[in-house]
Design a protein around this ligand. Structure first.
Ligand SMILES: Cc1cc2nc3c(=O)[nH]c(=O)nc-3n(C[C@H](O)[C@H](O)[C@H](O)COP(=O)(O)O)c2cc1C
Length: 378
């Protein structure tokens, strides 16, 4: 397995071969015709960075300080539900990697590892991501658990008023809780390594959403009742860092800042929710201009390399989250695959900074971006 992943595309190809198609399509798929997810990647790739020469770049810094904590790398692991479908221990692998590389890990409400278990595994690297379903009581119960366990940061995801319609999931009849149905027998039979391991370990279950005495949280139920009043109540009750994720509009970002959230994560959910959404990178410079230079912005959607991380930082992000590449990595090669992809990003950022003539990641800014390559640029 070693050294076979030289790019995220390599990891994706390997994962596609090794995972049952229903699982690969759950990871890889997006809303509608998948134009938003394609655009995410294409628009990041189209950006060009202009190197500066004759700069001493022998010593380089990739560390970033965010919310008073110093992270070894300028990116973290985006919150993703049901990662254990990729490989039975995927959540544990992500937690181990978060600790090993000193990067943050977003634990999804829809994860198959509990808030408690993840705190144990990832310690202060773990952030909790909140979905709000039918019951606000359930949501606040989760928030309280995270607070009691010492989670420093809460990500409130606001771009899932209902689960996105993803044709690839629909065609397979993908469901949560996950069920193996007769239709998939051939798919599973052709991928015995995944199937036998998963059968042995048990099909992953949602670990956080069944609150004693509360209403069960279902993946398909509406999450559409969350509003600005809820954000205000959450701000009152959550003492830690509050990140609002899934924002694409300047006015929304400013209003979230003014409501007291500590950060906005500019994201279109990797194109999984709304096919007509702009590419997240397309709106990042405007949102940076709207919220001002000092407000904390995170970014995700369409990051497929270390150079892409540099580009998002150049356009105004303070920190980047990466989603699918880490799932491809584990699908391709378990923990070793995950390490390879994180190392790949690290090396690409490191060499990228050297090429740019910008030895400190904190000094990357829009002056390195070729204006003609900016969305709408001339
Ligand atoms: C399989 C999968 C599950 C996801 N589940 C969640 C989730 O439970 N909560 C959430 O806020 N975002 C979720 N996301 C979105 C990611 O946090 C992130 O926004 C997205 O993956 C970034 O785009 P990228 O995959 O192009 O990097 C999920 C993404 C994937 C691929």
């Amino acid at each position: 397995m070693n050294n076979r992943i030289f790019s995220v595309s390599d990891a994706r190809k390997l994962a596609r071969r090794r995972l049952p198609r229903i699982i690969f399509d759950f990871i890889d798929g997006s809303a509608g015709e998948e134009t938003a997810s394609e655009l995410n990647v294409e628009m990041v790739e189209a950006l060009r960075l202009v190197p500066r020469v004759l700069v001493n770049v022998e010593q380089r810094n990739l560390r970033k300080t965010l919310f008073g904590q110093t992270w070894n790398l300028p990116f973290g692991i985006a919150p993703m539900g049901m990662c254990n479908l990729t490989w039975p221990d995927a959540d544990a692998m992500l937690a181990r990697a978060a600790r090993h590389y000193a990067i943050p890990l977003g634990l999804s409400t829809m994860a198959s590892s509990s808030i408690e278990k993840t705190a144990e595994r990832a310690g202060e690297n773990a952030w909790f991501q909140l979905y709000v379903g039918q019951s606000e009581e359930v949501a606040f119960h989760l928030v309280k658990r995270a607070e009691t366990l010492g989670y420093s940061s809460l990500i409130l995801t606001v771009d899932v008023p209902g689960i996105g319609a993803r044709p690839r999931e629909q065609r397979h009849g993908f469901q949560s809780p996950f069920r193996i149905r007769p239709k998939q027998f051939l798919d599973f039979a052709l991928h015995p390594r995944w199937s036998l391991t998963t059968l042995k370990r048990g099909v992953p279950r949602l670990a956080n959403v069944n609150v004693p005495g509360g209403v069960e949280f279902k993946r398909d139920e509406t999450r559409g009742r969350m509003d600005w009043d809820f954000l205000a109540r959450l701000r009152d009750r959550w003492p830690g860092n509050l990140i609002v994720k899934g924002v694409l509009g300047c006015d929304d970002a400013v209003r979230i800042r003014d409501a007291g959230a500590d950060a906005v994560c500019v994201s279109n959910h990797g194109g999984r929710q709304f096919d007509s959404a702009p590419a997240a990178i397309q709106v990042l410079p405007q949102i940076r201009a709207a919220v001002g230079p000092d407000y904390t912005l995170l970014f995700d959607s369409g990051i497929r390399s270390g150079e892409a991380v540099i580009k998002a930082l150049a356009l105004g992000a303070d920190f980047v989250l990466v989603g699918r590449p880490f799932l491809y990595a584990m699908g391709a090669g378990g923990y070793a695959g995950l390490q390879e992809v994180i190392e790949l990003f690290r090396t690409q950022i490191d060499i990228g900074l050297a090429q740019l003539g910008c030895p400190d990641i904190d000094d990357v800014d829009a002056s390195y971006v070729l204006p003609a390559s900016l969305p709408g640029g001339r």
